[in-house]
Design a protein around this ligand. Structure first.
Ligand code: MOS
Length: 746
């Protein structure tokens, strides 16, 4: 293994380099930093969905043991709005600064913060902050709010979908809905804020240290170089930690006021209110087709709630114009403000619910035509992206369908409903297309070659569990030709060269070209220094035999050796020895890379095919997912282990979306009723079957020189519709409102 890694770390199933720290409890998360004299903040949260704070009585709480302050809108002082759009890295999830006035917009909004010497003292006192409200009736369901008027928030059209539909020989129409879902990573949102003079350090759990730094500087009203954000480890984000939430600024402001470090976290029940979610979607599709299954029209209309404070849109219609070949398409999406917290991206945002509805409509068409679902999709295969008229930067969806069908045994599918059995179980088979865009952003990386032979690779990015530490080390090891154990990756700090956000499945594709280029720059720095040095004892083969009399060979660096260009690497000197001979502790290279402008000529997407088998046991009303085969076209895979883990995680989320997850709001006060892990159902190990993950591995060199696309989100995107189709195949019941409930099948 070690030899393999030495030769070609890229593509290997390398175990996470930071994994040891995580499983031994030595990985410090946001609350594990214990500055001297730290105080503990505990939130007081609104218990109404809409209204005004009439009064806050803090006298009892303030008199309780250990209490240092009770902060609320009347005494917290200014927290500024982040000046979004004026500069990059300034997006706050909730644009209204916390505690900025007496208004309540949703249940579970911060209305006060109690700070005390201990967490227990703060918790006890928080229960004695008495808030009186002027209560108004909250809107918690899209049907309680006025339908949006005027232009749609987003729309797209080509051809004339409505007339094509009305004259289509085969027509289907369906309403599909997806539930309100919650991210709920294991590590809840948390901040430890430490001021030293006029500078603040925020220990955070975030998918974007750079953005968090920018937002904090604006909300606190201090220059950006006085804010440092640190997140060495992040216990899961899934989109919920892309942008800062209210607790962060509250900790920073409380710490500044009290002159003491302050910790705060969002308790599990409030993870359902004040840190984002995936909004429910209501989607209407009409599809027209010929009798042999050629699409003639697709119309896709979506409405979705957002909050009263912000206008976040779960952009569902993006895939509809792109996925299949079809002349006439019309899509439209609107948002409806409700008294709920601001929604935010959640793994595979927009595409996941949008694709669920589009793929479900394809299945409804297949059912109507009595056609194999895979055959229908192949029949309407899009050779180019018809929404932009651009070729794909790489599309190998056909290969995904084929590999998946073979592995799954799709040709053995008996199309008759309820016809396939295994003992007491009726088996159902479904499949779907999956997709996610292939994105890439800018990244800066610094590489430091050190005299002891080790290498430090640093960037202001972070690893929310996706494998960023590891893939950066792999790429550096390969570029430098030295073993991985000599590479030290430093990320999760905002004072490093600005790295990418861990979002949109773009971090790997963005950061690795910069890692490689910075390695080259660092090697060049060593070669330049060696060139200018007096004799280092590196000779070319000819001068070694004494035949040629020239002073210096042309130098190269290979496998960590500085050597004569004409000679074998081992005839030279390890770069550490060269640095020592030059009396240098280290030399650095830095690189800044940007999206390839060539990519504008292409439509960049990942694709995949997902095949699901369910088992329905009608005797005991038990639905199980028996097996899933997932085939992914995500370009070249940098690390087969971390990539597979990402897909497995996505597939598990798909099972959750299809069969378990849903947040229910109490219409009286907009409280999420199932705000805990007992009542908010997620798939457990027993619910997740054997899952095959296959990568077809066609490098996408338009995106970057490694041919690597992102893999974090696509694994989720096709599962729910494949699952509902499998349930139909077993039971004859078409569920169009997720999640599938047992009672739907009785
Ligand atoms: Mo992803 S929802 O962009 O973290």
């Amino acid at each position: 293994m070690a030899t393999d890694l030495f030769n070609a770390p890229i593509g290997q199933p390398v175990t996470r380099i930071e994994g040891f720290h995580k499983v031994t409890g030595t990985a410090p998360y946001a609350l594990d930093f214990l500055p001297d004299n730290v105080a503990h903040a505990v939130g007081v949260f609104s218990t109404i969905g809409k209204g005004r704070i009439a009064s806050i009585d803090t006298s009892k709480a303030e008199s309780m043991p250990g209490v240092l302050a009770v902060l609320h809108h009347g005494n917290i002082g200014p927290i500024y709005r982040s000046a979004e759009r004026l500069q990059p890295n300034s997006h706050a999830s909730e644009s209204r600064p916390p505690l900025s006035d007496d208004r309540v917009y949703y249940f579970g909004q911060f209305v006060a913060v109690v700070v005390a010497n201990t967490f227990e003292q703060a918790t006890a006192a928080a229960a004695h902050v008495h808030v009186k409200y002027d209560v108004e009736k909250p809107a918690t369901m899209p049907s309680e709010a006025p339908m949006p008027a005027g232009n749609a928030r987003a729309q797209y059209a080509r051809g004339d979908a409505a007339s094509a539909f009305s004259s289509a020989p085969v027509q289907i129409e369906g309403f599909y809905s997806t539930p309100t879902e919650m991210h709920n990573p294991m590590e809840m949102h948390a901040t430890t804020a430490v001021w030293k003079g006029d500078k603040v350090t925020l220990y955070e759990t975030t998918q974007g240290v750079m953005n968090h730094q920018g937002v904090s500087s604006e909300m606190l009203g201090i220059p950006i170089d006085r804010v440092e954000v640190i997140c060495y480890f992040c216990g899961g984000g899934f989109g919920g930690k892309l942008f800062p939430w209210p607790q962060s600024a509250l900790a920073a402001v409380a710490a500044r006021q009290l002159g003491r470090p302050v910790k705060i976290f969002v308790p599990r029940d409030m993870m359902f209110t004040t840190v984002g979610h995936r909004p429910t979607t209501q989607q209407h599709l009409r599809v027209g087709a010929t009798h042999d299954g050629k699409l003639l029209s697709i119309e896709h209309n979506v409405v979705q709630p957002t909050s009263m404070l912000d206008s976040f849109m779960e952009y569902c219609i993006g895939v509809t114009g792109m996925l299949y070949s079809c002349k006439n398409i019309a899509t439209k999406q609107d948002v409806i403000p409700l008294n709920i917290g601001t929604p935010t991206p959640m793994r595979g945002p927009g595409t996941t619910p949008g694709l669920y509805a589009l793929e479900s409509a394809m299945d409804d068409l297949a059912i109507k035509l009595n056609m194999d679902p895979l055959e229908l999709r192949l029949k309407n295969y899009a050779e180019i992206d018809e929404s932009s008229n651009k070729p794909y930067s790489g599309k190998h969806l056909r290969e995904c369908y084929q590999a998946g069908a073979e592995k799954f045994g799709w040709s053995k599918r008996d199309p008759r409903v309820g016809s396939m059995r295994n003992g007491s179980e009726i088996l159902g088979w479904g499949m779907a297309t999956s997709t996610w865009e292939a994105g890439r952003g800018s990244a800066d990386v610094r590489v430091r070659l050190m005299e002891d032979g080790r290498v430090r690779v640093s960037s202001g990015t972070q690893d929310p569990g996706t494998g960023t530490y590891t893939v950066m080390a792999q790429v550096a090891a390969e570029r430098l030709g030295i073993p991985m154990h000599r590479i030290h990756v430093v990320i999760g700090k905002s004072n490093l060269p600005p790295g990418p956000m861990s979002g949109g499945s773009t971090a790997t594709a963005s950061v690795i070209p910069a890692v490689a280029k910075a390695c080259d720059e660092a090697m060049n720095a060593v070669l330049r220094a060696a060139d200018n040095a007096p004799d280092l004892g590196i000779h070319d083969p000819e001068s070694a035999t004494g035949n040629v009399n020239h002073s210096k060979p042309i130098l190269k660096m290979t496998n960590g050796y500085v050597h004569a260009a004409d000679a074998k690497p081992e005839t030279g000197k390890p770069f550490g020895d060269v640095l020592q001979a030059l009396n240098l502790a280290a030399l650095e290279g830095e690189a800044s890379t940007h999206p390839n402008p060539e990519m504008r000529k292409y439509s960049g997407h990942c694709f995949g095919a997902q095949f699901v088998e369910v088992g329905w046991d009608p005797g005991i009303a038990r639905l199980r997912v028996n097996r899933i085969v997932t085939v992914m076209d995500v370009g070249r895979v940098i690390n087969k282990k971390t990539a597979r883990n990402q897909v497995l995680g996505g597939v598990t989320w798909g099972i959750g979306m299809g069969a378990f997850e849903e947040t229910i709001y109490d219409p009286r006060n907009a409280k999420p009723l199932n705000n805990n892990f007992a009542d908010y159902l997620v798939p457990t190990n027993a619910d997740v079957p054997k899952t095959e993950v296959i990568f077809v591995e066609y490098p996408d060199y338009h995106l970057n020189e490694f041919g690597a696309r992102g893999v974090g989100e696509i694994g989720l995107t096709g599962v729910a519709s494949a699952l509902t189709m499998a349930v139909y195949h077993a039971t004859g019941i078409r569920v169009r409102r997720l999640p599938i409930r047992i009672e739907d099948l009785l």
